[in-house]
Design a protein. Sequence first.
Length: 166
Amino acid sequence: MTRVMAFCGKGGVGKTFLASASVRLLVEGGWKKILAVDADPSSGLSQALGVRTGKTVEDLRKEWLSSWRGLSREELALSLDYGVMKIMEEGRGFALLAMGRPEEEGCYCKVNEFLREVLTSVSKGFEVVVIDGEAGVEQINRRVMREVNDLLLVSDSSPKSLRVAS
């Protein structure tokens, strides 16, 4: 069974640091199948882990939407799995998926919904998934992280940060 841990909270409180440290500790601890998910549009986890990202989940969403017409349900599932494997980056002892930054103005609803489907599809192939969430609680509210075992709400002592965490 896959263990999923997600780091959430206000921006600038250390979520990315804790997520990257967790990935490194899991690698050092001998875990073999680790997926790090940079679910923050600012892509801090990729940098903290020293992994250069090419295509992102947002890039895949755009490609997938332009080519899905006429495919059966099975073909859609296979094309999604194949697309995810193409955009997954290799780190030292882990794989990494980056959400990317949508070009549309407004909320990140579309890419967050697609990220949820990608995580549901791909996480079963890993022992542990570590998610560095975007600032705030939108991804929790939109149930992007619906399969989470360990939700770590990161906060500093400021009233705003404590409000977001609660």
